[in-house]
Design a protein around this ligand. Structure first.
Ligand SMILES: [Zn+2]
Length: 278
């Protein structure tokens, strides 16, 4: 490697700020059990032990300034416990997204509570929380999220741990964004995990946020790069789904793609920073 290339890489590592918009962790006491259960449900590799301290160490190693930490309540009764934990771990470096279960009769009140406590948004997962993205029961929830200016990190596409039944595909996403144009909806896994044919046809080019977690690994570099370039650059967010991916490796894989500098600035930092600061 030429000396100027080494200098460029070093410069980038010290200069470029990075926000990871898609990570997970659990309270220390629950982490071993939670990780074991998630491993038993799907054939997946984890790179960390599920603790916040491990995530922070991984961020230090990768040069990540801030991570959005996504929680998923699989039952309505978990709301309070998750909210309390989110308050404990909230910092300059960890931006927690608490979780409201759509089947909670008080879902709308709880969304207001999340906003009142100063959180930036809520994470939803149609498979773990048993709902279809565009079902009528979600209408009042999307209205409340919009009204409270909260970001919605939405698992989209299929899920590695579930049967391939469409609950969060492109058509449903389009229905939601058409009916709730003010909703700050982030679709995960580049518009929808393993739904990329539909994403390419229907979602790329539309003003909808996409995190890029766990997509390049399945799409291959070429198709992944082509899809990134076909989407408005201000709607792309770097995300890893750590601990299910290695943050350092994920960053290096993007750097190898020879993407325009302006796109990388937006993808790695600017877009996320703008969203979080709004
Ligand atoms: Zn995830």
């Amino acid at each position: 490697m030429a000396q100027n290339e080494v200098a460029d890489i070093l410069k980038e590592q010290t200069m470029r700020k990075i926000i990871d918009f898609h990570t997970h962790a659990f309270p220390d006491a629950l982490a071993p059990k939670a990780m074991a259960q998630l491993h038993s449900e799907a054939d997946i590799v984890s790179y960390l032990d599920g603790r916040v301290s491990s995530l922070l160490a991984s961020m230090d190693k990768a040069g990540i300034e801030t991570s959005a930490l996504c929680c998923i309540a699989t039952r309505p009764s978990q709301f309070e416990q998750i909210l309390q934990w989110c308050k404990e771990i909230c910092s300059d470096r960890i931006v927690p997204f608490p979780s409201v279960h759509p089947a909670d009769p008080q879902a709308v009140e709880k969304i207001t509570q999340v906003a009142r406590e100063g959180f930036r948004g809520v994470k939803f997962h149609p498979y773990y929380q048993n709902f279809d993205l565009d079902s009528p029961e979600m209408d009042s929830i999307y209205e409340a999220l919009s009204a409270n200016n909260l970001i919605v990190v939405m698992h989209t596409g299929y899920d590695i741990a579930f049967e391939r039944i469409d609950r969060a595909g492109t058509k449903r996403i389009l229905d939601v964004i058409n009916r709730f144009p003010g909703l700050k909806l982030i679709t995960t896994h580049l518009g929808g995990w393993y739904d990329w044919d539909a994403v390419e046809k229907g979602l790329l080019g539309k003003p909808v946020y996409m995190d890029i977690s766990v997509s390049r690994e399945f799409l291959g570099d070429q198709r992944f790069r082509r899809m990134l370039l076909a989407h408005p650059s201000e709607y792309l967010l770097f995300g890893t789904d750590s601990p299910w991916a290695d943050q350092t490796e994920a960053i290096e894989a993007i750097r190898r793609l020879n993407l325009p500098e302006t796109l990388m600035d937006k993808l790695f930092y600017k877009n996320a920073k703008t969203l979080i600061d709004l």
